[in-house]
Design a protein around this ligand. Structure first.
Ligand code: ACO
Length: 333
């Protein structure tokens, strides 16, 4: 359980941003053949936030980051590293983190994106922690931000009801105290399942053409049933593995922040881990699935609602396209 280093990497500040436009299930039922009842009972989602046409992923990321920096009580000039997790970058390149760096007027520090779909935020957290532990950086901005509405097929009822837009951010900092903050993060991937959740067009495999657009290949495609089954298994396994790796048990966990994809996935996870749902942070009813933004938005909300106190064990667990999965265990500071 003890940290071999004398230093730890802690979450020093959190922030989030959700665009003001709310789209309810009833609103969607006017666009595709669906109903509030179907969406609520199958997913738990009641509404989602949708970005304005001219609002970019980096705009949302910068707003969430601003709040995280303020919450950390540091100056933007103290940031040494910027990592954005996203599947909806402003552009294929430059990376979204560079746009964020400029928007926030940060120093000319390293800025890059990480892409691991809905697991992206925890992947970015692990990358940032590793970089902080080299001693070359002290404060990192780690952001999950998505404008999923830009890759959603609004005529496909099997996917368009699931997703939303938003951003969440944390400031990660090195502190001279062992055994606090991030205790461990574990990542995994299974590249044999790339086809069950993807955006098939617009990349080098199938550059955008009139034909790819006509075939809607630039939108999210998902085999929901398959994803569902794998999600429950991999989230449960990664949560169990990270607890085992740190010597803790499910009973020790104060709060679980799971990727917010579907209530039924979270309920199955709670049941398998034998952790009561009251110890889960769930906000997908108001945001839908915001991919890489979902965990940091939930984390920021949980913090605002006073759900974490010093010494609490917080378990974050995610899965996403790739397939990818990740879990991180934190002793809250
Ligand atoms: N409204 C009404 N009916 C619908 C809708 C809708 N929005 N969507 C699908 N249906 C219909 C289907 O057409 C099907 O009809 P049929 O039986 O006549 O063929 C029926 O409802 C059942 O469809 P299923 O796909 O079997 O429904 P299921 O209970 O599996 O729920 C869902 C679908 C919600 C997508 C579920 O499978 C799920 O949540 N999967 C996980 C998805 C997920 O978590 N993705 C996260 C990753 S996202 C990322 O990484 C970017």
């Amino acid at each position: 359980m003890s940290n071999p280093n004398r230093q730890s990497v802690i979450i020093k500040g959190v922030g989030s941003y959700a665009p003001p436009k709310v789209v309810t299930n009833d609103d969607l039922s006017k666009v595709v053949e669906t109903s509030d009842e179907w969406i609520r009972t199958r997913t738990g989602i009641r509404e989602r936030r949708i970005a304005a046409d001219n609002e970019t992923t980096s705009d949302m990321a910068a707003k969430a980051a601003q709040e995280a920096i303020l919450n950390a009580g540091i100056s933007p000039q103290d940031i040494d590293l910027v990592i954005v997790a996203t599947v909806t970058p402003d552009m294929p390149f430059p990376n979204t983190a560079c746009f964020v760096q400029a928007k926030l007027g940060l120093r000319k520090v390293p800025a890059f994106d990480v892409e691991a779909a809905c697991s992206g935020f925890l992947y970015a957290l692990d990358v940032a922690e590793g970089m902080l532990r080299t001693g070359r950086y002290r404060n990192a901005l780690v952001i999950g931000a998505e404008k999923l509405s830009s890759i959603t097929n609004w005529q496909d009822r099997t996917t368009c009801v699931l997703f939303g837009d938003g951003a969440g951010a944390v400031v990660l900092s090195v502190v001279d105290e062992p055994g606090v903050g991030i205790l461990n993060t574990m990542l995994g991937a299974d590249g044999s399942e790339t086809g069950i959740l993807c955006v098939p067009g617009g990349g080098s495999a199938s550059p955008s053409t009139v034909e790819t657009i006509e075939r809607s290949l630039h939108y999210i495609q998902m085999q929901g049933n398959q994803v569902f089954k794998i999600a429950v298994r991999v989230m449960c396994n990664s949560a169990t593995e990270i607890l085992n790796s740190t010597g803790y048990t499910a009973d020790d966990v104060s709060l679980v922040i799971p990727h917010q994809a579907n209530n039924r996935i979270i309920e199955a996870l709670a049941q398998r881990l034998e952790i009561g749902l009251e110890r889960f942070k769930i906000n997908l009813d108001r945001y839908g699935n915001t991919s890489a933004a979902s965990i940091p938005i939930a984390l920021a909300e949980a913090h605002r609602n006073g759900r974490m106190k010093k010494g609490d064990l917080v378990l974050m667990v995610a899965f996403g396209g790739g397939l990818t999965w990740a879990a991180s265990l934190i002793k809250w500071q």
